[in-house]
Structures are given as structure tokens and as C-alpha cells.
Design a protein around this ligand. Structure first.
Ligand code: SF4
Length: 372
């Protein structure tokens, strides 16, 4: 199979496609993808859905990000760039813009200038290069582990590793399969998709010699909130069923409540509803992360607020005017609220250990200013 004018590609197109209809774009899109004849390294569109999503193969030399390269405390892997779930609050759009701009600048991707839809052009890391890069990067990872002790590897820190593309390309599965040979690693996986249950056996196997934790990402158990802010992602009941299946099979799993939307999903009834469902699904933890507002996020979240929560618009502007993060006071109060409700519902792990070393010292006016 060949992309438009590009080299032969090695991504398999699997026969079973459950989400949408897929058609191969061999030679199509002469305008958007008129790649130069000599461009051996041109990126290929390997498949396209009828509704317009394109999958573009992306070779990679490195697959595991070091903590230094991301500024985060863990190592991370993201098999895909872009995500069909397209949540309004997603902060991973900048990475997609970066990949598109870099490919365009190097003459590897011929698309008109302008913003690339994050949810409609999904970059899929090429399987053969992923395996090569994993071998190299895991050697670095192991050296650091020997020097500094246990390290954490997070799969899906940027985009969902079980987004619909994974059903086709199985890059996350390929990575997990490779991790079976490792030992003594803390491995975290963040996803909104019940597709993770496909890899249950693999998760168990990797978990025999490593500490595997699955973070099912869910901002609310209230369907109306999900439809407002992330209409294309799996509905709460599907995610909670997946959570139950994971915990029922002995996997350490819980909720990543990210982002918590001030005034909307941080209220006591909202958190109690979430904890009720989390408890029923056997959640081991529920970790809240407040909303961050980047330029891309603002452009998508504010129209929803204006339409559905107009009474909060001024408040959001005020809170996020000077900073993309919430204030420390709000953050502390949110953690305290999760902790208190979590205790009542028997979910005692509601924050990282680091969070608990610093108990809230300031009473939070913001919790009363917003809503109870
Ligand atoms: S599922 Fe995650 S990565 Fe995908 S759009 Fe939503 S927030 Fe972004």
C-alpha cells in the first residue's frame, strides 16, 4: 500500500474496524498531499475515514520522553499525536501543531497553512521505528533506574493511547508487549477508552514484574456534562464498566478526574456522584487535577461556558486571567474536598503522596465563593 506519492508503508490495515468506515487513500488528495517525487521521507496518509479523519504515519527516532525533556517528574510515551476524542479542554493540541509545522517546514507534509484539526489528522508512530526506538530508550531508562532507583513510565501523558486509532494500529499494544521483558518499573496508563480491556491479559503479564496502574480518565459521572465538554469520547458508563473489569481482574485502577471544572464538576453533589460510581467499580483511587487553560483550551471552553454556564464566564475570566492554572488556594481546597468525600466513600487515595506532605493551611474562600 502506498500513500500519495510516498514510500511503501509498513502499517498494517487490520480487517476489523468498529468506529466509522475506513477507506484507503492510495493516490488520493492530489492537492493536499501532492508530495514531491524525491521526498523519500514524506509522511504518508495511510488511511482515511469517510467522515474525514486521516491517519498519517510518523517515523520516530525516539519514543520515550525523559523527565528533563517534558519538565514532568516521569518518563512518558505517546503512541499517537492528535486524538479523535477531541475534548474541548484538551491541552495536547500544541504538540499536534508542532508536529504539523515541523513536517511542513521540512517539506514532508504538504498541507495548506492554517490550523490543523487535532482530532482529524492523527499521526501514528510507525511500528518498526517504535520498536527500534524502544530498545534504545529503554536502555537509557534502565541506566537511570540503576542510578536513581524506581522510575515511572506513563503511557498516554499527552494523547489517549487507546483512542480509536489504536483499534487499527495497535501501537500501544506493541509497546506493552515489549514491556513484558522489563521488571521493577512503575507503569501508568491514562485512557478514556474501554478498549484498554482488550489488553487485559497483557496488562496482567506486565504487572507480574512491574507495578501497573490504570487511570481511567473521567471528569464527571453526569452524562450531560460529558456531552457538553467531550461529546465524542466514550460515555461514563462505558468507562466505569471498563474500570470494573480491570479492578475485577486484579489490576490496580482508579479514576483520573482531569480536568476538574471549577463551579461545574467540583461541587459536592458532582463529586459524590463520581465517588458512588467509582466505589461501585472497585476504584483504588480518584485523583483530581484542576482545569488548566491554554490558548487552545480557552478558544473551545469559553463558547461552551457562554452557552451553558453564562453565569460562570466572568468568574472563569477572572480566575484564568493572570495564569493558566487555578490558584494554590483553590487547588488545596479541591484536594481537601476530594479527600473528605473520598473518606466517606471508602476511597482513601485521592491525591499523590507529594500532595499529602503539604496539608492545606489556608481556609479556602474559593470553595464557598464557587458552589457547595
Ligand atoms: S481523550 Fe485525552 S488526549 Fe484525547 S482529546 Fe480528550 S483530553 Fe485530549
Amino acid at each position: 500500500m502506498r500513500g500519495a506519492g510516498g514510500p511503501r508503508v509498513d502499517l498494517p490495515v487490520l480487517p476489523v474496524v468498529r468506529l466509522g468506515t475506513l477507506r484507503v487513500t492510495a493516490g488520493s488528495e492530489p492537492t493536499l498531499f501532492a508530495l514531491p517525487q524525491h521526498a523519500e521521507s514524506a509522511l504518508s496518509v495511510v488511511a482515511e475515514r469517510r467522515r474525514g479523519t486521516k491517519f498519517v504515519e510518523l517515523p520516530c527516532q525516539s519514543i520515550i520522553n525523559t523527565p528533563e525533556s517534558t519538565g514532568m517528574e516521569f518518563w512518558s510515551v505517546n503512541p499517537y499525536v492528535g486524538c479523535e476524542f477531541g475534548c474541548s479542554y484538551c491541552y495536547a493540541r500544541f504538540a499536534h501543531t508542532y508536529v504539523v509545522d515541523r513536517a511542513r517546514t521540512r517539506g514532508r507534509l504538504h498541507v495548506p497553512l492554517g490550523r490543523e484539526p487535532f482530532e482529524q489528522r492523527i499521526f501514528v508512530k510507525r511500528r518498526s521505528s517504535v520498536l527500534r526506538a524502544l530498545d534504545i530508550d529503554l536502555r537509557k531508562f534502565r541506566r537511570r533506574k540503576i542510578r536513581d532507583g524506581t522510575q515511572t513510565l506513563l503511557i498516554g501523558s499527552g494523547t489517549d493511547p487507546y483512542q480509536p486509532a489504536e483499534r487499527l494500529y495497535q501501537i500501544t499494544r506493541t509497546i506493552l508487549d515489549r514491556l513484558r521483558a522489563e521488571r521493577g518499573i512503575r507503569i501508568g496508563i491514562i485512557t478514556k477508552s474501554p478498549l484498554i480491556c482488550r489488553d487485559l491479559d497483557l496488562l496482567k503479564e506486565v504487572g507480574r514484574r512491574n507495578l501497573v496502574s490504570v487511570y481511567i480518565s473521567l471528569i464527571s459521572a453526569d452524562i450531560s456534562v460529558i456531552k457538553q465538554f467531550e461529546a465524542r469520547s466514550p460515555m461514563p458508563h462505558a468507562r466505569l464498566r471498563a474500570l470494573q473489569k480491570l479492578t475485577g481482574n486484579g489490576i490496580r485502577a482508579g479514576l483520573l478526574v482531569a480536568p476538574v471544572l471549577p463551579g461545574i464538576t467540583d461541587t459536592v453533589p458532582q463529586i459524590e456522584l463520581l465517588m458512588t460510581e467509582a466505589r461501585a467499580a472497585g476504584a483504588h483511587f480518584a485523583h483530581p487535577v484542576p482545569l488548566r487553560m491554554y490558548a487552545d483550551t480557552r478558544a473551545r471552553v469559553f463558547p461552551i461556558l457562554a452557552k451553558v454556564y453564562p453565569h460562570f464566564v466572568a468568574r472563569y475570566k477572572e480566575n484564568y486571567y493572570h495564569d493558566q492554572n487555578v490558584s494554590d488556594i483553590y487547588h488545596e481546597a479541591l484536594r481537601a474536598r476530594f479527600r473528605e468525600i473520598g473518606q466517606r466513600f471508602g476511597i482513601h487515595d485521592t491525591g499523590s503522596e507529594r500532595d499529602y506532605t503539604k496539608p492545606p493551611t489556608v481556609p479556602s474562600p474559593q470553595l464557598t465563593l464557587w458552589q457547595s
